[in-house]
Write a protein that binds this ligand. Structure first.
Ligand code: FUL
Ligand code: CA
Length: 468
């Protein structure tokens, strides 16, 4: 009898595996821009402009929680350089603001509120700083690391560190008011910064255009490609070495089959047209149906969904955004709360051995899996529900600790004496959602793996009804 399947290609690290389980988390874009109605502050803003009238971190986090968000990443400093915590590195921060008499600390309040409600906390720290006179020289890079050090040592566990690729251009720069360009490939010496992150927060995943843990999906619209591989080898714009802000980023939307690095995609998008709150966009908040669609095109394609929900000038989530979030959360809970395959009988054309039986597909546990023999890389499995059930969503998961294996599959249901198509697809990875245009009622469902270089290791086949 064969032993367990051998891993295939690149595999995720322990910290990436934990991140894969989050799937949906929030971005908070909040700073002086919220009050100047801008997307990018120039860097000369008066710190007193930052003056939320009713800031309530618990209320913000509870709106995110209602949307089913598992984490929250705060823009601790955006391109304008204003720091939302009382940093020792610059006076351009909350300490210089009349808000809370200069004693405010947004990072502390948001991270505490997140912890209280069981959401993970992450930090966005813009590498580009349009306020700092030091920007462009070696001392700024030291200051950037110092700021990151403060964020990673004074606010408890951090699950994700977010490095923006937008870097360099015109700005205030301590009064110089000029354009400063940097060499994105060398200026920041990223490997050294990441070494520090590893030391201070070993469990945190690091996000940027090039990882090293999580990659930007290559658009800010919130979707991955229909085929999306967790493996990816970033290449620089010129075909040489890549760096944040210097990649052939369009390739990241699909990733690279058999890439050397496990570098899964994160799909970032705002619930509104802008990243920051603008009163004028209150009528353009994405609906729960739009969020559900993006969720299916991000999480449902093996990536994660990073949804930005910008606090308003009160320092709260606007009612319209909160309503969409709530409905989005309820819809997912309702859909995935009941897996129709529970208790189903499952038979497979090939089974590797007792530990790897097909019943592992319907046990609600992502750590158990069905595996086929090495001689059978394209097996099939039939799920008999024992009764008719109506569903419009199917979910597949591979057991990704063994890598991304499946390259093609077909899903079918039994009707009037024959198998009919529910859909087909390519990559599966951590999660593949198959949405049906119309709900189907059936008793038997078949999954055929049509292409895989090695035996399969699939941990879930679920059927659900979204109820719409
Ligand atoms: C971009 C930034 O320039 C935007 O302002 C925003 O923060 C987005 C998430 O990343 O690169
Ligand atoms: Ca399982």
């Amino acid at each position: 009898m064969p032993g367990g399947p051998k891993p295939y290609g690149a595999v995720p690290s322990a910290r990436q595996l934990l991140w894969h389980e989050l799937e949906v988390y929030a971005f908070l874009h909040f700073t002086v821009n919220t009050f100047t109605d801008k997307e990018w502050g120039y860097g000369d803003e008066d710190p007193n402009l930052f003056a939320p009238t009713a800031f309530d971190a618990d209320a913000i986090v509870s709106a995110l929680e209602a949307g089913g968000m598992k984490g929250v990443i705060l823009t601790c400093k955006h391109h304008d350089g204003f720091c939302l915590w009382p940093t020792k590195t610059t006076e351009h921060c909350v300490r210089a603001s009349r808000w809370k008499g200069g004693k405010g600390d947004v990072v502390k309040e948001v991270s505490d509120a997140a912890r209280r409600r069981g959401l993970k906390f992450g930090v966005y720290l813009s590498p580009w700083d349009r306020n700092s006179a030091l920007y462009g020289g070696p001392d700024y890079v030291k200051m950037y690391r110092q700021q990151l050090r403060e964020l990673l040592t004074e606010y408890g566990p951090v699950y994700e560190v977010w490095h923006d690729g937008a870097n360099g251009g015109d700005g205030y720069y301590g009064g110089a008011r000029e354009k400063r360009t940097i060499d994105k490939r060398t200026y920041y010496d990223w490997p050294r910064t990441w070494e520090m992150v590893r030391k201070l927060q070993p469990d945190a995943v690091i996000f940027s255009d090039v990882g090293p843990d999580i990659r930007w999906v290559g658009n800010e619209k919130g979707f991955a490609n229909e085929t999306c591989w967790a493996t990816y080898d970033p290449v620089g714009e010129d075909g040489g070495a890549a760096a944040p802000g210097y990649t052939r980023y369009k390739e990241a939307t699909t990733g690279h089959r058999n890439g050397k690095h496990w570098l899964p995609a994160e799909c970032d998008v705002s619930i509104r047209p802008g990243w920051f709150f603008h009163e004028s966009q209150n009528g353009r908040v994405k609906s729960a149906a739009e969020l559900w669609d993006l969720y299916a095109k991000s999480v449902g394609r093996g990536a994660s969904f990073l949804l930005n929900v910008p606090p308003d000038r009160r320092g709260l989530i606007h009612e319209r955004d909160a309503a969409s979030l709530q409905e989005f959360g309820t819809r997912r809970k309702r859909t995935f709360g009941k897996n129709l395959v529970e208790g189903a009988k499952v038979t497979a054309s090939s089974v590797r051995g007792r530990r790897f039986g097909p019943e592992n597909l319907v046990d609600g546990n992502r750590h158990t899996y069905w595996s086929s023999e090495d001689t059978a890389p394209a097996p099939e499995v039939v799920v008999d529900l024992g009764r008719e059930a109506r569903f419009d969503v199917a979910r597949l998961r591979e057991y990704i600790p063994l890598g991304q294996r499946v390259e093609g599959f077909a899903l079918e249901y039994w009707k009037d004496g024959g198998w009919r198509s529910l859909g087909e697809g390519t990559s599966v990875g951590a999660c593949r959602l198959v949405r049906l245009a119309e709900a189907v009622t059936a008793r038997k469902v078949r999954l055929r793996v049509t292409q895989s270089p090695v035996c399969v290791a699939l941990s879930e086949l679920g059927l659900y009804s979204s109820g719409v």
